[in-house]
Structure formats: structure tokens, C-alpha cells
Design a protein around this ligand. Sequence first.
Ligand SMILES: [Zn+2]
Length: 249
Amino acid sequence: MSVGACARGMRDAFIDLFLGGRCLGCSHPGRALCVECAAQLPEQARLAWPVPSPPGLAPPWAAGEFSGLERAMIVALKERQSYALIGPLARQLALSVAAASAGLQGSSQLWLVPIPSRRQTVRRRGHDSTAALVRTAGRVLMRDPELASRFVVAPLLRLRSGVVDQAGLGAEARADNVAGSMYVPSPQLRRLLLRAGSAHVEAIVCDDVLTTGATAREGQRALAAVGISVRGVATVAATRRRQPNGRRR
Ligand SMILES: [Zn+2]
């Protein structure tokens, strides 16, 4: 065993002894995601069009598929506050943002706009995981000095009341549930536009999971309603595309 591997083994054993942690991927005692499992995560985002796609949806990007390890990571962060997973998941989101922003013009500014979480959900979970992922993905992207001035984390979208949890709803019910549900408050928009100055602004709608695309499409609509064009949708993972009859593609 190399010195590095030995040191890591000891650190993982220490974490396990005092914190009782285990890798989500392989159950190795230690951190929430061991180095080997982290190395298996996707290194590139791909286009992940839902089938069917909501008309007019901006190109949706996802680093991974919402299954296996990635699903376990997202669920652990959302439902069990496994904050150690924010870093690896945010790096996945950053891959999608980078793919969505490819070919951006010289002086343009890109606003990373998280899909808002329901207040009840944030209260129940004790945190807003999507907002945290977007903030951290923004920091990952801004480490590149050339990109630092381009990306702005812009939590602009708000939810009107009356929206129920999307989990468990079919494609049509999801679309009905979110239609007209989001808006952009004027003071926040004005502040960000002032900061942008004369730069051309485009937005990327960011979320953890892309399912039917209805939520992202609604975010896109609300941004377009205040004159902000959406360049793409960036997500950590997408559910496997399904035919309308439920068959997997
Ligand atoms: Zn592992």
C-alpha cells in the first residue's frame, strides 16, 4: 500500500470511528464518497432532452443519470443533509453549466439561476440543497480567472403559493402544477442588472434533477417574462428518458 493510500485509509478509519461515515458508493468506512467512487462520476455533461420535451425548452444538460450512485448522492444531500456531498455534486452541476455556456460571446454575463424550492420543503429538510449546489458550482467555475467575471449566481426565481411537491406527479400533472408558478421580483432584478452594467446577460436555469422538464421550462418562462433570455438548463442528473407509453429509450 502506498503512503498516500495508507494515510487516506487512516483518515477514513478516523472519520468512521468518530463520525460513523461510510462511502455511499461502496460502503467503505470513511468519507461520504471515497476517492475511487468519486473518480467514477461523469467527466462531461450531455444533452438530456426529456421525452416528450415541453415546447420551447432551452437545451437541457445533465452530467449523469438519476440512478445508482448519483441518485443516492442527491437523495442523501436532500433528505439526510449529507453536506459532504455538496462539493462532488456541485462539480457535476458545473460540468453542465460549462457545457451550456460553450460559445458564449466575449463580454456576456451568465446568470446561474436556481430553481426555487418550496418553503415547506426547505423548512422540513432544514436547508435548500438546490441553492447550495448552485452557489458551490458558481465557486467552482469562478476558480478559472478567465471565467470569474462571467458567472453570477442569481437566485432570482420565486414560487407563488399553491404549488405542491412535484414528486409522484405524472408529466401532465407536473406541467399543470408549475404553470405560471414562478416570478422574478423587480428589486432583485434591478440590482443584478445594475451590476451587469452594459454586459449582455443570459441565464442558465439550474436544478439538481431533470425529470419532465416542466419545472425548468417554467423557470425559463418567468425569466423571459422580465426580458432575460435563457441559454440552457443545467442539472446534476436526468431521469432516463421515457417514451410517452412509459417504455425506456
Ligand atoms: Zn466508495
